[in-house]
Write a protein that binds this ligand. Structure first.
Ligand SMILES: [Zn+2]
Length: 656
């Protein structure tokens, strides 16, 4: 009888333990917690204490930004206690509790514990690009809710770009009535269709904009969740839509406006108009930072424009970088005079950085490190880790992507402090979702989540507590949860991961063979140099991964096997990605030789496969032989016809 009883007890305990939810489910992972005995039903009362001396002493050594968000959450069997310095910390605690309760479910219980928690970085952001595709405003509230659960605290809205202006500006009404509308729904069609615009109310008008009321609602909704909204108004590049509405802001050639994407920095009217616009923007958005873009100006028209040339002469500006820098300074001091701070993409450093400006480092990490070393605040969003519009799994996954492969493990591996000798000016990090290939909200969520979970944890949790293998199951659980409440994340459980072939060591006759390049590889894509094609290692999903070797022209190499071998197959792997101008060779010319002097040309191989218009494909192309005695192989992969402009990417020549 005694034995049976203890067995029963054990079974009961197991069920209980299963239904208890503890802090180990949370993303971001808390800084510290201690578990205690017992559990609390999800509905026990919560008491909040703001500004107690006891809590102040527990967080006294933290930096100011961390104190503001710090909280202590104590879950006891009969009551739950929240302590914080102010409302922001209390809000973060409530989100932790909401997360635990959601995971416990109505029937479950919370593991008794005490959590002391605060962020690693002050800025933990996400950027949505509303220009390339405009989805209205409602989705923003939904994404803000999820950001709040993840304890992210900055929403950066990219409101203006060539593909559409997205904010009502009373002083310049054509920005909304004309520059916000285009004849094509999809960015890709608009881009291919010649960059035209339409008119509000026209039958072919796609697009739209946030009214001031919409924008104020977003700001208020975010503020209630202790999230700051930073507006971005692009200048001087990425501004074609402005020029089409107000051609007088363009550079001129022979007195006529030049429609590049750049505003004319020589024109005083540009400064006046954008100061007016920023006045209206600042009236809506109370954020300390106002983002003015500053990236990827072409600057070509500036070299010929009489106003630009005059500006450069008058101010002794040596080049167009200095001219851009001069323009940025005008806005830096203007924003400063209004009690705000200028934030821009890292190109604003070219030609000298305006004194109070802060930098968003996107092209790499070194720009941010350099800006911080010269005393400017920086936010890190390098493409390699933070561009979550990139492909997150096999290129066979849903939708279109640009710029390579960035799985959640890649995002998670980022330590923003890496390379900084002093993190005093490192404000934090941000994930960017450029929307060229994000036509719907569902697709935006699919790309944003779960990778934004990783960004949230990178930004919040101390580096030494982070480990991907431990994070991943929490991310899988959170994917399930947010799917159940109406989000459409990528299903992490179905992740295929890196291209399976890329990790496999190949065995073949050319392994380690010397390769002579009759046409040199492109210095942009050297892979592992002269050893790349015979090292037994294949490339991954993307040509930007450093394993695929790129040729800007035809490929033409000679391989020396070192001695005569019996050969039955000669081929090579190729990658195509038409969207990124990477094509398949149209014709292979392979010749073989026993002595290196007399080559026999094999029948040419014509590639009959058309690479898909979208996404990537991988192909082994080659020729079969019949026990041929071969020491030297000359391998030419040729581009022909309409694909003449395409690159060729290859990795590993296979000889069997
Ligand atoms: Zn100009």
């Amino acid at each position: 009888m005694k034995k049976v009883f203890s067995l029963l007890l054990c079974a009961a305990a197991c069920i209980c333990a299963k239904a208890q939810t503890g802090p180990d489910v949370l993303i971001p992972k808390p800084v510290s917690y201690t578990l205690s005995k017992g559990s609390a039903p999800v509905g026990v009362p919560v008491k909040e204490t703001i500004g107690s001396r006891k809590f102040a002493s527990a967080i006294k050594d933290l930096p100011e930004f961390a104190k503001k968000e710090a909280y202590r959450l104590t879950i006891g069997p009969k009551n739950i206690k929240i302590e914080a310095e102010g409302q922001t910390g209390a809000f973060r605690a409530r989100k932790t509790l909401e997360y635990l309760r959601a995971f416990a479910g109505e029937e479950g219980s919370l593991q008794c514990c005490q959590i002391l928690d605060y962020p690693r970085f002050a800025h933990r952001g996400l950027m949505f690009d509303l220009s390339r595709h405009f989805y209205g405003k409602d989705f923003i509230f939904k994404e803000i809710d999820l950001m709040a659960l993840l304890k992210m605290n900055v929403l950066h809205l990219h409101l203006t770009d060539d593909a559409g202006w997205r904010l009502q500006i009373d002083g310049y009404p054509l920005l909304a009535s004309r520059a916000a509308w285009r004849p094509q729904l999809l960015w890709a069609d608009w881009d291919e269709g010649g960059h035209n615009y339409s008119q509000e109310g026209a039958p072919d008008a796609f697009g739209g904009y946030l009214t001031k009321e919409d924008a104020r609602e977003i700001v208020a909704y975010a503020a209630e969740r202790h999230i700051t909204v930073i507006p971005e108004i692009e200048l001087p590049g990425h501004s074609l839509e402005v020029l089409r509405a107000y051609p007088e802001l363009a550079c001129t050639r022979d007195g006529e406006p030049v429609f590049t994407s750049d505003l004319c920095p020589g024109n005083d009217l540009v400064i006046k108009v954008f100061q007016d616009i920023l006045d209206e923007v600042m009236d809506i958005f109370p954020s300390e930072f106002i983002h003015i873009g500053g990236d990827e100006a072409g600057m070509g028209a500036w070299r010929e424009c009489p106003r630009c040339q005059e500006r450069m002469r008058r101010h002794g500006l040596a080049d167009t970088d200095a001219l851009q820098s001069w323009l940025i300074r005008q806005f830096d001091s203007y924003l400063a005079s209004k009690g705000r701070r200028l934030l821009g993409w890292d190109e604003i450093m070219q030609g000298g950085l305006a004194p109070g400006a802060a930098v968003m480092s996107w092209r790499g990490t070194e720009q941010g490190i350099e800006a911080a070393a010269s005393g400017h605040d920086v936010i890190m969003s390098p493409t390699t880790y933070c561009y979550i519009n990139r492909n997150q799994d096999s290129p066979l996954e849903n939708g279109e992507f640009v710029g390579g492969y960035l799985p959640i493990s890649g995002v998670y591996s980022y330590d923003p402090a890496q390379g900084f000798s002093n993190t005093e000016h490192l404000l934090g990090l941000q994930g960017n979702l450029w929307a060229e290939h994000i036509p719907t909200v569902e697709n935006l969520e699919y790309k944003a989540f779960p990778r934004a979970f990783a960004l949230a944890e990178v930004g919040w949790t101390p580096q030494e507590l982070r480990e991907f293998e431990e994070f991943r199951p929490r991310a899988v659980s959170l994917v399930k949860y947010i799917s159940s409440i109406g989000y459409s994340p990528f299903n992490l459980e179905r992740e295929l991961g890196e291209r399976p072939e890329s990790g496999v060591a190949l065995q073949h006759l050319a392994l380690g063979a010397k390769v002579t390049y009759n046409i040199q590889w492109s210095p942009k894509y050297p892979a592992e140099g002269a050893e790349s094609l015979t090292n037994g290692v294949q490339g991954g999903w993307t040509y930007v991964g450093g394993r695929w070797q790129g040729f800007e022209s035809d490929m033409d190499v000679t391989i020396d096997l070192g001695q005569t071998k019996t050969v039955n197959f000669i081929g090579a792997h190729f990658l195509a990605n038409i969207g990124d101008w990477v094509g398949l060779p149209q014709r292979l010319e392979i010749s073989v030789s026993a002595d290196g002097a007399n080559f026999v040309l094999l029948p040419p191989v014509l590639c009959q496969v058309n690479a898909p218009a979208r996404g990537s494909c991988y192909l082994l192309l080659g020729s079969f032989l019949d026990n041929a005695q071969v020491r030297f192989v000359r391998f030419k992969a040729l581009r022909t016809g309409k694909l003449h402009e395409d690159w060729i990417f290859t990795d590993e020549i296979i000889i069997k």
